[in-house]
Design a protein around this ligand. Structure first.
Ligand SMILES: CC(C)(COP(=O)(O)OP(=O)(O)OC[C@H]1O[C@@H](n2cnc3c(N)ncnc32)[C@H](O)[C@@H]1OP(=O)(O)O)[C@@H](O)C(=O)NCCC(=O)NCCS
Length: 143
C-alpha cells in the first residue's frame, strides 16, 4: 500500500495568508465531492462560509484531518476527514465524514483517514462513530 501521511488541518483565523493554504485545499476537496455526489453546485460552500462553520464551538468539537500520499508535507492533499464530537450531550457519539479525491481512491487513503479520526475521537471518549461511505448511508465501522 502507498504510504499515506495524515496531519491535522487548523481552521485559520482568516483566509488570507499562508497558514490558510491547507484549509483552502480541504474546502475545495469538499466542494468537489458535493459536486460529484449531487451532480450540481447547489451545495457549493464558499471557503468563507466553510471558515465560519468548520471551527469548534462551545457545544461541538470539530477536527479536520488531511491525507497526503508519501511523506512530503508539501504534497497535494488527496483526502480529508471531518470529525464532529458533541460536547454537551450524546457524549458517547461522534460523526466522521471522509472524502478522498477520485484519483486517489482504492489505495487505502479513506481507511487511514477513518482510522486516524477514530483514534482522535477515542482519546475524547465517544464509544461509537457514525461513518457512512455509501449514498445509501449504511453504517460502516464501530470503535
Ligand atoms: C468512500 C471513500 C471515502 C473511500 O475512500 P478510499 O480511499 O477509496 O477508501 P479505501 O481505499 O481505504 O477503501 C477501503 C475499502 O472501502 C471499500 N470501498 C471503497 N470505495 C468503494 C467503492 N466505490 N465501492 C465499493 N467498495 C468501496 C472497499 O472495501 C475498500 O477496500 P478495497 O479497495 O481493498 O476493496 C471515497 O470513495 C470517497 O471519497 N467517496 C465519496 C465521498 C463519500 O462518499 N464519503 C463518505 C461519507 S462519510
Amino acid at each position: 500500500m502507498t504510504h499515506v501521511s495524515i496531519t491535522p488541518v487548523r481552521v485559520p483565523a482568516a483566509l488570507a495568508g499562508p497558514d490558510a493554504a491547507d484549509f483552502l485545499a480541504v474546502a475545495e476537496l469538499l466542494n468537489a465531492q458535493q459536486q460529484e455526489f449531487w451532480g450540481n453546485d447547489d451545495f457549493h460552500a464558499p471557503a468563507r462560509a466553510q471558515l465560519a462553520g468548520r471551527g469548534s464551538t462551545a457545544t461541538r468539537r470539530r477536527e479536520l484531518l488531511a491525507a497526503r500520499m508519501g511523506a512530503d508535507p508539501d504534497a497535494a492533499i488527496v483526502g480529508v476527514a471531518q470529525l464532529n464530537l458533541p460536547l454537551t450531550d450524546n457524549l458517547h457519539t461522534g460523526t466522521v465524514n471522509v472524502v478522498v479525491a477520485p484519483g486517489a481512491r482504492r489505495q487505502g487513503v479513506g481507511t487511514e483517514l477513518f482510522r486516524a479520526a477514530a483514534n482522535l475521537a477515542a482519546v475524547s471518549g465517544p464509544e461509537q462513530a457514525d461513518g457512512r461511505n455509501r449514498p445509501s448511508g449504511q453504517r460502516t465501522r464501530r470503535f
